[in-house]
Design a protein around this ligand. Sequence first.
Ligand code: DAK
Length: 273
Amino acid sequence: MANIVLKKIGHTAVLTLNKKSTMNALCAEFLAEINEALDSVEADEDIYTLIITGSGKSFVAGADIDEMVDMTPQQILEWSGLGSGLNLRLEKMPIPVIAAINGYALGGGLELALACDIRIASENARMGLPEVKLGVICGAGGTQRLPDIVGESIAKEMIFTGRSVNAEEALKIGLISKVFPQDKLLEEALNLALSIEKNGQLAVRAAKKAVNFGIGKAQASDIEMSTSENLPSIEDRCLFERETFAPLFDTEDQKIGMGGFLRKEKDIKFKNK
Ligand code: DAK
């Protein structure tokens, strides 16, 4: 993993993309390295949250244009499995994934961030899907996830024009949830991770599953649909939530959390069991 720094800080994994020569542009080899890092994260049960960030002035400057320029439709279709597969993997990871966007998140870079659970950014960040300026469109979920996050009109305006937004505008449109000075971004991402980690992790993971189901990010097999529609109905979504919520009452954490509240305990320590 020559282009990646993977550190464990407490229960947080910090994955720093560090391919400065191309501003972290995603090529097949780099995507394989990221997947390898995710294998280590997934194998470590002691990791509760994952932060993905970049080094220097770029989060990810998109897919690697050098690698794509001469590809045929068949080759790009095969290649697309890598980028798209990585984003689906991130979305379905049981633990929360935070994108700490430290600079440019363009094209495939913004697509990667869109697949994370929470996005925060530094004041100098710029985010956009400029693919139409290159004569193509997104290939790793950008046209699908951006409208879900910021709404149709803003998403189409950004995608059709290729215009990127700064951190202030990204915050206003709900593309990110917080902005920090660049030198504070990682510290704040770690603070955010810590405030998630002190909660019951079984509950946090159940919450991710339930939210993802409702916004169409889970597999249909997670619930027996009561309708033949592709998208789950509000009844299905609430049923899924109840069925995810109920098993938590069979955990030690539920006794610790609710019992601790009733005993007015100040510092509740969950066992994640
Ligand atoms: N690919 C390859 N190299 C890149 C790159 C990229 N996306 N972005 C930057 N670089 C390289 C530059 O070529 C330059 O290399 P040298 O000339 O030093 O060798 C070096 O990084 C520094 O870049 P600049 O000199 O341009 O630096 P600036 O600060 O002036 O500008 C910039 C930074 C990020 C604004 C600029 O580099 C830029 O506009 N980069 C391209 C951004 C972009 O258009 N990104 C979208 C790429 S298309 C798919 C999945 C995903 C996608 C497609 C298919 N499948 C799954 C099928 C996504 C497509 C895209 O992302």
